[in-house]
Design a protein around this ligand. Structure first.
Ligand code: F0G
Length: 456
């Protein structure tokens, strides 16, 4: 098992709550067995998301203090715009307060009733924003990507054959853009190869369809390309990122991930007309074009974050830390989606708790038990999130039953990772005791955030 070094030392610490099992049993019951409903003060290690949970560097905190809060034309905006252009090469950069705002703005311009937008896998807010405009979101993951047990280098790839077939069947005129989500979050944080990006562009270009990249985790993807794809071993992360973006006509980003900050995002495009329309939507709904709903000091922290995320020592630690957790789980025999991706380990609930039918949410049962065991919060990505019943009352399970342990950037140390692995392995060793669950209340849309559960 390869070791890794945290390439930083700690300047400020934040106390984490330590609780007893009895307390946790009460807290999770009070939260109706939904990890989203827990209070953070009852959580020892929080692996709910890697989004907006990054520990900022001392340089980023210093940049915050030096923020220029001018409404228009702030110095921090120009710093932000310059670094995003340097990395992506796009002509127009439009700042937003987070990723889904970028999606809403882009789809207000290019979405709409009956439009079809393919992607390797749409993240749930991307799908939600598209469907809100009555467009149709189509997922075309590669065959490898749909099987948690298959080990392959680029499980985030889009299925190119299916992409071309979709265009021919539905008509290019109905497909305003094609998308790639990099890395593919819903598919396990798995990377997309340069070849796949290049080929996606080639196919879309044949039909005059622009390519937009959902680039939340572009630096993690670039690192995988460097390590796994021939011809990129000696390139810098910035050079690889630049090439990835060179095949695209625009992007949306939640900078809460690889912007190494707690808030922020952008829409980018080379199309003047799309940019003009997007800026109008931005001004009406987010804020002026030089701050997009952010405080200007946030833009300063983001500009510094974009510089730091390109650092290969950082990325080696980042990807190495996630892999370290995976390796410890392998030693304990715990099944997870292999190989580990960029931002977390996704437990394979179907193999972890095969005695629980997907209809009774094995992933939810595991997530609840991991909280009871170690005060660790994670979330189900399976039939709670994507399953349901058809019009005839038949259960329709999700494609995979996963439990995501998302690792915040630069927050937890090696001993925290070992504690997480020990807790998961303890739960795995008494997996026969895991009980089926049922939903006792749910919202009509995106139910996983607020649903209430109980044991069946
Ligand atoms: N696209 C991807 C691939 C994402 O992972 C996310 C957020 C978004 C878009 C939306 O960005 O949250 O800034 O509005 N993912 C978070 C997660 C929430 O936990 O995976 P946002």
């Amino acid at each position: 098992m390869k070791s890794f070094l945290e390439p930083f030392k700690i300047k400020a610490v934040e106390e984490i709550p330590i609780t007893t099992r009895e307390e946790r049993e009460l807290f999770i019951k009070e939260a109706n067995y939904n990890t989203f409903s827990l209070r953070s003060e009852h959580i020892t290690i929080d692996l709910l998301t890697d989004s907006g949970t990054t520990a900022m560097s001392s340089k980023q905190w210093a940049a915050l203090m030096d923020g220029d809060e001018s409404y228009a034309g702030s110095r921090n905006w120009f710093e932000f715009e310059a670094i995003v252009k340097e990395i992506t090469g796009f002509k127009h950069i439009i700042p937003t307060h987070q990723g889904r705002a970028a999606e809403r703005i882009l789809f207000a311009v290019v979405g709409g009733e009956g439009k079809i937008i393919p992607n390797n896998t749409h993240f749930d807010t991307t799908r939600g924003n598209l469907e809100y405009t009555k467009a149709i979101a189509v997922d075309l993951p590669s065959k490898d990507g749909a099987d948690p047990a298959v080990i392959a280098d680029f499980k985030g790839n889009i299925d190119l054959e299916k992409l071309e077939k979709l265009i021919i069947e539905k008509g290019a005129e109905n497909i305003p853009i094609g998308m790639l989500t990099i890395t593919n979050n819903s598919g396990g944080g798995q990377p997309v190869s340069m070849e796949n990006i290049r080929e996606t562009k080639r196919i879309l270009s044949k039909y005059n369809i622009p390519l937009y990249i959902d680039c939340c985790r572009f630096a993690e993807n670039a690192y995988f390309i460097k390590k796994r794809e021939k011809g990129y071993e000696n390139k810098t992360i910035k050079e690889i990122a630049r090439e990835m973006f060179s095949y695209a006509d625009g992007a949306t980003m939640s900078a809460k991930k690889d912007g190494l900050s707690n808030s922020g995002g952008f829409v980018a495009t080379n199309n003047d007309e799309v940019a003009e329309q997007a800026k109008t939507v931005l001004i009406v709904t987010e804020g002026f074009i030089t701050y997009g709903g952010l405080t200007r000091r946030d833009l300063a922290a983001l500009a510094q974050g974009f510089r730091e995320v390109l650092n290969e020592n950082y990325l080696e630690y980042r990807i190495g830390q996630v892999k370290y957790l995976g390796d410890l789980l392998t030693q304990g025999g715990v099944p997870y989606l292999e190989p580990t991706g960029g931002h977390g380990v996704y437990l394979d609930a179907k193999r972890f708790a095969p005695h629980i039918d997907p209809e009774f949410f094995p992933g939810q049962s595991i997530a609840v038990e991991i909280y009871k065991e170690g005060g660790i919060r994670c979330c189900e990505i399976g039939s709670v999130m994507f399953g349901g019943y058809d019009d005839n009352g038949n259960f329709r399970p999700a494609a995979m039953e996963l439990v995501r342990m998302a690792i915040p950037r630069r927050v937890y140390t090696k001993s925290h990772i070992e504690y997480i692995a020990d807790s998961i392995i303890n739960v795995y060793n008494r997996r026969d005791e895991l009980k089926p669950m049922k939903i006792t209340w749910q919202a009509p849309f995106l139910r996983h955030f607020t649903a209430k559960f109980d044991y069946k």
